[in-house]
Design a protein around this ligand. Structure first.
Ligand code: MG
Length: 293
């Protein structure tokens, strides 16, 4: 199932794809509540969808049965403008150097333990939003990454149960102020300001639930700039796999529905400049487009 956030009259709403069409799931729920005089769930936020996907499926089934040929006309969103499929009330945990080839190009060995750091949700922008090149930066690089979306609250999860807590996947671009990162690293300062600046985290365009991606460790992943491929790889080369990462991170922090784990970028990092068109592509998920201004 493909879920998304869209804008309607300056309000963010949530939707579910039915074939190619995006369905306003809250509108459908309200219509069903009214017509059948029964309570249906309310879906205000992407977390409401993630936490209650079974009811979303039931609602779609009953909705298509009840409204038949009128279903799409009534509930599909015309020319939807997608917002980032993320709630600001979640957190983003990122992995550093989780692909050996990428570790090598940065002059380091593959890490013995996952290197984790955070990005604020304030940094998030949606598909087709613009990356604003910061005035203070001298080099910024995009980084295509598979993003894992957590499905339910968990803490101290064993590796063999970790996938039960994964909801699905989306695409992220961990835009990095590389010169500041190098400078701060050389001073043993944390990767913080180099990873946290406005618009430094394009995510989307939607979230694909895990049932549609049986093997997240075998997806082609690439990044192109102005149509030219720069980063190209496969998620099979991740050093620490998704189940291990969920387990590892959950020892430190309780994970909640909608939290995001960025699984690290592949080799091929290089700078971008104003005017560049960035496309991050992951097999079975789609494409995330952002222009630099
Ligand atoms: Mg990264």
């Amino acid at each position: 199932m493909k879920i998304a956030t869209f804008e309607k009259k300056d309000i963010e709403k949530v939707g579910v794809f039915y074939g190619e069409k995006l369905i306003d799931i809250d509108l459908l729920s309200q219509a069903m509540s009214y017509l059948l005089d029964r309570d249906f769930p309310i879906f205000f936020d992407i977390i409401d969808l993630i936490a209650d996907l079974e009811n979303v499926k039931k609602l779609l089934q009953s909705g298509t049965k009840l409204f038949k040929g009128e279903f799409l006309k009534l509930f599909s969103v015309k020319n939807p403008v997608l917002a980032a499929p993320i709630s600001r009330e979640t957190k983003v945990i990122c992995l550093g150097k989780n692909y050996a080839e990428h570790a090598k190009e940065t002059g380091s060995k593959p890490p013995e333990e996952p290197i984790i750091f955070g990005k604020f949700t304030d940094c998030i922008i949606a598909h087709n939003n613009e990356i604003i090149y910061p005035s203070f930066a001298t080099r910024i690089d995009p980084e295509v990454e598979l993003a894992v979306v957590i499905g339910n609250q968990c803490k101290n999860v064993p590796v063999n149960a970790a996938m039960d807590h994964v909801f699905g996947y989306t695409i992220a671009n961990d835009v990095t102020d590389r010169d500041t990162q190098s400078k701060d690293t050389s001073r043993s300062w944390p990767w913080f300001r180099s990873k946290n600046f406005d618009t430094s985290l394009p995510i989307g365009p939607w979230i694909i639930s895990k049932d549609e991606i049986p093997d997240p460790h075998n997806l082609e992943i690439e990044l192109s700039v102005n149509g030219k491929v720069r980063q190209k790889g496969n998620t099979k080369d991740m050093i620490f796999k998704i189940d291990y990462l969920v387990s590892f991170i959950s020892q430190y922090l309780t994970l909640y529905p909608g939290d995001i784990i960025l699984t690290g970028t592949i080799a091929g990092i290089a700078p971008i400049k104003r005017g560049d068109e960035i496309i991050c592509r992951i097999e079975s998920i789609g494409e995330l487009h952002n222009r630099v201004i």
